[in-house]
Design a protein around this ligand. Structure first.
Ligand SMILES: N[C@@H](CCC[C@H](N)C(=O)O)C(=O)O
Length: 269
């Protein structure tokens, strides 16, 4: 089978993107893992597929991690998906809606950037009573579309993110689903830097959108920093997280940053 693909990235978090509106591709977990393999396939942190929807949204959003497993949502992927699917709409538009497992979201094209209206975060639990060897700072958790932990550290650049991230990701507290693990450092109030260990990639990625949201929300809770919060990622970009509060809850959360096509191609599998 020949697969036609577009390779995209959002702040260095990279994806194989497929137009699967006719459902012609029915890929196995192994085939997706092959396409994402950086040595034998195209190479990516994950795969996005645009599928038809029978609901109100323009498209159905499917996201698979590099290991071939499906995840509920991907923030950087949602920006790339928005840019990709805007060109598939019957009439030109700069807003696209899509159904994800985490709910119906939308993406708005703003020049080089894309702003995603994220799902409302839930399951916020500050200062979990868990211990991870080598990490002496509180671990907080929240689901921002997918599960995340956040730990604020004073030494982000020197941190062994792969070792500590794997220890958090596989901690029995989060079993069986596991979690993504973020480490953040405050640059100044309203501006943080983060590094993320991603579940399903099983390593550090250059950026993680849902992880940025998780860190920004906890930064607000700990410092009262107003919206939007600036987040520097390992890939070098700075993205913006917007939010509003409704009582104790966060609502109208947005993620704004780049979404770029790097190349298109075909591959036989
Ligand atoms: N890179 C993503 C998150 C992708 C899903 C994650 N690895 C999981 O399995 O939960 C993002 O930008 O949000």
């Amino acid at each position: 089978m020949i697969i036609s693909f577009t390779k995209m990235n959002g702040a260095g978090n990279d994806f194989v993107v497929l137009d699967n509106r006719d459902l012609a591709y029915n890929l196995s977990k192994e085939q997706i893992a092959f396409l994402c393999d950086r040595h034998r396939g195209i190479g990516a942190d994950g795969l996005l597929a645009a599928e038809p929807t029978d609901g109100e949204a323009d498209f159905r959003f499917r996201y698979y991690n590099a290991d071939g497993g499906e995840a509920e949502m991907c923030g950087n992927g949602a920006r790339c998906f928005g840019r990709f699917t805007a060109s598939l709409l019957p009439e030109p538009a700069d807003v696209v809606s899509f159904e994800t497992i985490a709910g119906t979201l939308s993406a708005k094209l703003i020049g080089e950037d894309v702003e995603v209206a994220m799902s409302d975060p839930f399951d916020m639990q500050a200062e979990l009573a868990i211990e991870v060897e080598g990490l002496s700072y509180p671990i907080h958790s929240v689901n921002t579309g997918v599960p995340h932990t956040v730990a604020f550290v004073p030494n982000l650049a020197e941190l062994d993110v792969v070792k500590l991230g794997a220890a958090v990701r596989y901690h029995p507290h989060f079993a069986p689903a596991g979690t993504n693990a973020n480490f953040a450092q405050v640059i100044e109030t309203g501006h943080i830097a983060i590094r993320t260990y991603e579940r399903g990639v099983e390593g550090e990625t250059l950026a993680c959108g849902t992880g940025m949201v998780a860190c920004a929300l906890y930064h607000h809770l700990l410092t009262e920093a107003p919206s939007p919060i600036k987040v520097d990622v390992a890939g070098g970009e700075t993205l913006l997280i917007g939010f509003e509060k409704s009582g104790d809850d966060f609502v109208n959360v947005t993620l704004t940053g780049p979404a770029v096509v790097t190349f298109t191609g075909e591959i036989e599998i």
